[in-house]
Design a protein around this ligand. Structure first.
Ligand code: FES
Ligand SMILES: [Fe+2]
Length: 443
């Protein structure tokens, strides 16, 4: 299907069809989810040999697994004989995946190891080496997060991240500025919502504009210090930057503190926690130089993985389930070596804030669900959405007191918001939908 007239990023006009149309959705599964690097899980969720966890790539069930030798794999969760799911558990530890239909079994390295009545039924015919579990074309362990793609021609993961790495690292690096050093705390929140997957993906990419939705959580004060939704000081003192990479599709809401700002006191009602974060921020200043000033917020790694790089630190995935439904998964990250009382403090905050039980995300779901429902009708879908906010007001050469930041950046400190990031997301989305292969996408 041609996207002419449906996605006009230059004018800030996007048709509702791309959210509700069945054939556009099927094209997305092939051309976006069949090609892009997708988030699978975190290595801390499968620490021991034989550990596995079920996950998804688009609509397809996959198994994230650490084999008996310790190597991590991502397999299609489908038996090579007749397609039965070989793993029907959310997670666990195993020596093999035994297909319940006819009993073929696969090692944790994917090899076909067991075939009932093999000699009599197949004789010499069956070449087991050709019938192991289907493995992804490429996999990457990036600072503990596991990513995979079905496309052999996709660029290496670090090229896929490109300049966005600087911002994405704000989620994965330890709070004191050390590289990596985060782990998952608790399980995975999983829930279904009746809207297209792009609603949450574009919201997280940079929707600062929807503050009115969260007025009640701000007033209730679910933040760590009981004031507002978060501890706001560093945010209130900072420059507000909406950062996008239109030719990659990744975006983030970022905050840049003034070059002479003092370290912001935080979590003052919990002295042990306040102490931990103060020490971390002092270290961070020492380790990161001028970049200590950069803080992250919500973002989206194209297409459907959304970091929230400040407290609460989370990574959400928006798994497509048809044009009209999304299966949301969310994990929570903490510094692996933080003291137990800090982890526990954050765990409680995460529960209050995010996921289906969290007060903030409930507000968002209400909007996405009703917006989707109200966009499906034959009349409604004839009228496009408006993405004009802040058009033409972004720079590719942002600099503040000698600190240069990559990306197309809209400084919204005064304006409060722009749709710079959403336009970046749909620029790349359109490229994926129109490109014939990765050769066209690597420009
Ligand atoms: S479908 Fe798995 S053994 Fe037949
Ligand atoms: Fe929100």
């Amino acid at each position: 299907m041609s996207l002419d007239g449906l996605v006009d990023v230059a004018r800030g006009v996007i048709s509702r069809e791309i959210f509700v149309n069945e054939s556009i959705y099927r094209q997305e599964l092939e051309q976006v989810f069949g090609r892009a690097w997708l988030f699978i899980g975190h290595e801390s969720q499968i620490p021991k040999p034989g550990d596995f966890q079920a996950s998804f790539m688009g609509e397809e069930s996959v198994i994230l697994c650490r084999d008996r030798g310790g190597k991590i794999h991502v397999f299609l969760n489908s038996c090579r004989h007749r397609g039965m799911k070989v793993c029907r558990y959310d997670d666990g530890n195993t020596t093999e995946f035994l297909c319940p239909y006819h009993g073929w079994s696969y090692g944790t390295d994917g090899a076909l190891v067991g075939v009932p009545f093999a000699k009599d039924a197949y004789g010499e015919q069956l070449d087991r080496s050709r019938w192991g579990l289907i493995e992804v074309a490429q996999m990457e362990n990036y600072k503990g997060t596991i990513w995979a793609t079905w496309d052999r021609d996709a660029p290496p993961f670090l090229d896929y991240l490109g300049g966005y790495k600087l911002y994405f690292d704000l989620l994965l690096d330890a709070w004191d500025g050390r590289e990596g050093g985060t782990e998952v705390i608790g399980g995975i929140h999983k829930w279904l919502i009746p809207c297209n997957w792009k609603f949450p993906a574009e919201n997280f990419s940079g929707d600062r504009y929807h503050g009115v939705s969260h007025r009640s959580v701000d007033m209730v004060g679910i933040g760590p210090s009981g004031k507002g939704r978060r501890d706001m000081q560093e945010r209130n003192e900072a420059r507000w930057l909406d950062v996008t990479f239109p030719d990659l599709g990744h975006s983030m809401i970022a905050f840049l503190r003034k070059h002479d700002s003092p370290i912001a006191p935080a979590y003052q009602d919990a002295p042990a926690v306040a102490d931990y974060f103060r020490r971390c921020e002092e270290e961070r200043t020492r380790r990161r130089g001028e970049l200590w000033r950069l803080f992250g917020g919500p973002g989206t790694v194209f297409p459907n993985a959304s970091p929230l790089a400040r407290q609460p630190r989370t990574l959400a995935v928006w798994h497509p389930r048809g044009p009209h439904q999304t299966e949301c998964w969310r994990i929570y990250l903490v510094d692996a070596d933080a003291p137990p009382e800090v982890k526990d403090f954050l765990r409680h905050y995460y529960i209050r804030y995010s996921g289906p039980s969290g007060l903030t995300e409930q507000d968002d779901m209400e909007n996405w669900n009703y917006a989707h429902a109200a966009s499906r009708g034959t009349v409604a879908r004839q009228h496009p959405y408006n993405y004009e906010m802040g058009l033409g007001r972004a720079t590719e050469s942002f600099e503040d007191h000698g600190l240069k930041l990559p990306g197309r950046i809209a400084d919204v400190t005064v304006a409060n918001a722009s749709e710079n990031n959403q336009r970046g997301f749909y620029t790349r989305w359109r490229q994926f939908m129109e490109a014939k292969s990765w050769a066209d996408l690597k420009r």
